[in-house]
Design a protein around this ligand. Sequence first.
Ligand code: PFF
Length: 474
Amino acid sequence: MNKEREQFGSRLGFILAAAGSAVGIGNLVGFPVNAAKNGGGAFLVVYALFVIALCLPVMIAELAMGRNTQKGPVGAFNQLAKRSATWSIAGFLGMLTPFMIAVFYTVISVWILGYLFMAATGDLAFLATDGTFGSYISSKHIFAAMFAVVAIIYLILKVGVQDGIEKLSKILMPALFFMLIGLVVFVLTLDNAAAGIEFYLIPDFSKITASVINGALSQAFFSLSLGMGILVTYGSYLTRRTNIVGSAKMIALADTTVAFIAGLMVMPAIFSFNPDVDPSELSSSSVGLIFVLLPKIFLALQTTIGFVGASAIATLFFLLVFFAAITSLVSIIEVPVAYLMDEKQQSRQKALSVIGVVGGTLMVVVSLSMGMVGFLSEMVSYGSGVKSLFDIIVDIFYDTILPLNGLLLCLFVSYRWKKQSFSEELSIGNEGFEGSFMQKYLNLSLGTFIPVILLLIFLNTVADKFFAYSLFGF
Ligand code: PFF
C-alpha cells in the first residue's frame, strides 16, 4: 500500500462522506418528483427493492475495487486488468463521466445558491413570479454565484480528504438531517398535508409499468452515486480495517432514508398548495419543481406565517439543498483530481487548479447554453427535440453512460478481477463474510442478472433519448 496515500480518519467519517456524496439534489427533489409521478407508495416499494437487490452489490464492488488497488477508477481498472486496452476504456469512462456530470451539477448548484441568496434577502415574491427562472439562468448574475460555488469547492478540496471532505461531511450531514426534519414537521402542520402523505404512502400497484421500473432503477443508481467513480475513489481512501459490506449498507440506508423523508416534506407541501393536484401531471423535471413550483408554494405560506416566515422557510429549504449539493460536488470533483494526483503525479494543489480551469471554462460555456448564446442553446435536434449543450451533457453522461459504467464494472469484477479475489477483498475487515448469504448473493448477482438489467436500461435509454423509440413499448 502506498504509505503517503490520504485516508479517511474514521469509519463514521467515511460513511458520512459517502452518504454526503449520495444525498444530493437527487434525493431531496428527484426522488419525491419520481415517486409522485409514478404511483406514490408503489414506487417506494420498487425503489427499495432495487436499492437492496441491485444497487448495493454495485456499491460494494466499487468500494472493493478502490480499496484493493488504493486507486481511483483509471488506476484500478489498469492495475487489476494488467493494463488491458479494452478495460482501460472502462476506467477512463469512470473518470470522464463524473467530470461531465460535475459540470451540469455545479451549474444547477449555482442556481440554487442564487435562489438561496434571493430568498434570504427578501426576493421571494420575485422568485415565485412566472418567467423568473428562465430570465435568472440566462442572466449574467449567475456568474457571481458560480464564482462562489467554485471557490467553496476549491477551498474544501484543497485541504484534502480528512480535513476537507470528511470534516465538511461531519458538519453538514447532521445539519442537513435536522433541517430536513424541521421542514417536515412544519409542512405537516399545513392544511391538506394529510392528503399528500396518503398519496405518498398508500401504494397504487396498478401504476407500476415498465417505465416506472426503469425510472426507479435509474433514480436509485444516480442517488447512490454509482457509476461515477466516486465510490472507487472513496474506497481507495479506506483502511484495511473497514468492513466494506457493513459500511455500504449504512450508506445505502442513510441515502434511502433521506430520500424517503424528503418525500414527506415535498408531497404534503404540494397538496397543501393545491388540494386538487394530479401528481402525475407534475413536471417531470426536478429543476421545474425546485425553481418554479416550490417558490410559489413558499410564497403562498405568507397568508399563514407572514412574508418573513415564508422567506425563512424558503431560505431554509434552499440552504438544505445547497448543503446536499456541495457534499455531492466535492465527492464527484475529487475523482478527476485524484486521477491527476495518482496517474499524472501532480500535487493536490496543481490538480485542483487544472480541474478548476478546465471545468470552470466548461461550466461557463454550459451556462451560456441556457439562453444567453443561441448557438449553444439550440445545438442539435434529436430524440424529443432541439437540445442545448446542457441537455446533451445530461443525456449522454447522466442518462446513458451511467448505467453503462455500472454494467462494465459488474462484468469486470465478476469475469476479469474474478469473484475469488473480490471475495478475498471483502473478507478483509469482515470475518463473517466468507460463506455468508451476502457472499453468495454478490457472486451470483454481479455476474448475471445485474449486468443484464443494466444492459437493458442502457439500450432502452439510447433508443429513447436519441431515437425517440421505446424498446419496451413505453
Ligand atoms: N447522489 C447524488 C444525488 O442524488 O444528487 C448524485 C450525485 C450527483 C453525486 C452529482 C455527486 C454529484 F456531483
